[in-house]
Design a protein around this ligand. Structure first.
Ligand code: SF4
Length: 70
């Protein structure tokens, strides 16, 4: 597991935004601030989604928006 900090994809509302199958793991990342090293999700920010951008929990971009804790 790796630590996820504020501003990184793992705690961004767009991380895996359209991947319903991973909702539980994404919620766990929000509460624990820890993510599996190998986890890669699509970015749902419209600009990035059009490019099918895939990111890790510790990636980031200026489109960051904090996810609401479940
Ligand atoms: S690439 Fe940017 S918008 Fe997409 S999940 Fe990461 S921080 Fe959020």
């Amino acid at each position: 597991m790796i630590a996820v900090h504020d501003g990184q994809c793992g705690v961004c509302t767009h991380f895996g935004e359209h991947n319903q199958a991973d909702k539980q793991v994404l919620t766990q990342i929000l509460s624990s601030k820890q993510a599996p090293e190998s986890l890669i999700e699509g970015c749902g920010l419209p600009k990035n989604a059009a490019l099918h951008l895939k990111v890790t929990a510790v990636s980031g971009c200026d489109g960051f928006q904090p996810a609401a804790a479940a």
